[in-house]
Write a protein that binds this ligand. Sequence first.
Ligand code: GTP
Ligand code: MG
Length: 219
Amino acid sequence: GNKNINAKLVLLGDVGAGKSSLVLRFVKGQFVEFQESTIGAAFFSQTLAVNDATVKFEIWDTAGQERYHSLAPMYYRGAAAAIIVYDISNQASFERAKKWVQELQAQGSFYMFACINVYMAVLDSLLHVAFLRPVADITVKLLLFSLNCNPNMVMALAGNKADLLDARKVTAEASSSFYAIEAQVYAQEYGLFFIETSAKTATNVNDIFYEIAKRLPLV
Ligand code: GTP
Ligand code: MG
């Protein structure tokens, strides 16, 4: 049968990396040369058919400005997927992207640890109640699910503005420079899916969402 899946997705990255532009391209097929800097965050949704499932992305486009940093956990907490965006013509934005990966992964392992502790404690207490014993495991799993205990976030690294070939500072695999290997190797090491995109020319924009959809559990 056809499955419908809702997936919360968050975009994180430096100011001007192109988060809003990627979303605008994916959701509306548009690009604007002078995209305004996001204030707080913006919400969008878009559906995508993958295999025999329909994935409805609930997208949080966050603001890259440092003063909004403290809001970020509200948007990435419980998210099924994250796209961390940097600008290939801006080395500092790549460094900022790595910081986001660190923050998400630290949060992920902390969260997983907390979830496992809750699981063990609740399971243990349920096992003392005779009639709950047969359903204890599934009961705890349902409880954890309702608490949004999902540490298995799908993470993608997007090297955006791939159309700016002359301004390139962070190079991809095909190139022979130092940074080529850097982005690819970094992504591999940290278990991210890596792709270069251009919101301007639309290169790989649908692809990144499609690849994320394919990596979601239950698809
Ligand atoms: P904040 O909301 O401030 O965090 O920035 P953002 O990451 O949302 O960046 P935004 O989408 O606003 O893009 C910043 C600027 O880069 C805009 O002027 C865009 O037109 C431009 N831009 C975005 N993506 C691309 C791209 O793929 N290629 C080129 N050449 N320019 C782009
Ligand atoms: Mg923005």
